[in-house]
Write a protein that binds this ligand. Structure first.
Ligand SMILES: Cc1cc2nc3c(=O)[nH]c(=O)nc-3n(C[C@H](O)[C@H](O)[C@H](O)COP(=O)(O)O)c2cc1C
Length: 337
């Protein structure tokens, strides 16, 4: 068994994404901009622009900028709660973006139709089997299942359990990409053998040579081990906040204070629940920007997954992908020996 086995296990994913290697670089706000996205796609993987809180005008520029750096396919990740979601979809349509990833909750009414009408393939996150089935019935083209080992906003269930619950039921119906905690190729081989069409990694690519993340941000990743990447804690039962996994720093404490502040505003009726949750999300976006762009690794948010211990140095994206593929091949060869 050689690369042929890996190529065949990835065939469904590469065909769906239109690239050589069924490895997606998950969108990371502030990090997944034109340089990293183009580098991933140029190296044969699949880059995804993180729209995050960008305005439609900024997204327009980012897509144009990415197209100037690569002629390979890439996707755009949109957050469902963005107040201008439909304008952002229109921007993607104008640029004939081939793949749209919707993150941050179930797609709001009309968004699936709007994305399918523009001819793009729609990828959604499925945090449970029941939701995977519901999304499939709604017409989404592929799913990402992401476990709580991942960096950034996370659900409560581990990748290994989600994979066992969802892949056997759903993999025959549509391509499913597995994300969260993947740092080596042996694991990629395992998920592919279980029926995954491919994988999505974030943490492993965040500090690539082509990533514009601040050198301080990268240094924090290189020094950290798995146990430093901890999930945020909800302090007020009335204010449900989606947990975020990040490296522990002063910002971790600041988030606790922020929750208290927003909970007080909620109590006094100054804001409603929707506004309270939006304030929390704006807090994260600002804190992540401070760490990634300004290099404030104490006060900012160092979103990172548990695989951060396997990120030890700055490497070109192509080298990271080549290493993951080589490890996957070794694992498959070992199985057949
Ligand atoms: C710094 C950082 C920022 C992220 N921002 C986003 C985002 O804006 N939208 C999104 O859908 N996922 C986001 N994620 C999740 C990634 O897209 C990806 O699914 C995740 O990193 C995969 O798990 P891993 O970190 O264990 O590789 C982010 C992750 C990190 C580490």
């Amino acid at each position: 068994m050689t690369n042929a086995k890996l190529t065949s296990l990835m065939a469904r994913g590469t065909e769906f994404l239109g690239c050589d290697v069924a490895i997606m670089c998950g969108a990371m706000s502030w990090v997944s901009e034109r340089n990293l996205v183009a580098a991933i796609s140029n190296a044969g993987g699949f880059g995804v622009i993180a729209c995050g809180a960008m305005t439609p005008e900024l997204l327009d520029k980012e897509i144009l900028g990415t197209k100037a750096l690569t002629n390979k396919p890439f996707g755009v990740n949109l957050i469902t709660m963005h107040p201008q979601l439909f304008d952002l979809i229109e921007v993607c349509a104008r640029h004939e973006v081939g793949h749209v990833v919707l993150a941050g909750g179930l797609p709001p009414k009309g968004s699936i139709d709007a994305i399918k009408a523009m001819g793009a393939k729609l990828i959604c996150f499925a945090p449970a089997l029941s939701l995977a089935k519901k999304l499939t019935r709604s017409g989404v083209d592929a799913l990402v299942i992401e476990g709580m080992e991942a960096g950034g906003h996370i659900g409560p269930v581990s990748t290994s359990v989600l994979a066992q619950e969802i892949l056997p039921e759903m993999a025959a119906q549509l391509p499913v990409f597995v994300a969260g905690g993947i740092g080596r190729g042996e694991l990629i081989a395992g998920y592919l053998e279980m029926g995954a069409a491919g994988v999505q990694l974030g943490t492993r690519f965040a500090c690539a040579a082509e990533s514009i993340a601040h050198p301080n941000f990268k240094k924090s990743f290189f020094r950290a081990s798995a146990r430093d990447a901890i999930s945020s804690v909800q302090i007020d039962p009335r204010l449900p906040v989606i947990p975020v996994r990040a490296l522990k720093n002063e910002g971790t404490e600041a988030f606790t204070a922020k929750q208290r502040e927003v909970a007080n505003l909620l109590d006094s009726g100054v804001v409603d629940m929707g506004e309270a949750q939006l304030q929390i999300e704006h807090y994260w976006a600002g804190a992540l920007r401070r760490a990634v762009i300004d290099g404030d690794v104490e006060g900012g948010s160092l979103m990172a997954g548990q695989s951060v211990g396997m990120v030890t140095k700055e490497e070109p994206v192509a080298d990271i992908i080549a290493q993951l593929m080589a490890e996957a091949v070794v694992a498959l060869e070992r199985r057949s020996a």
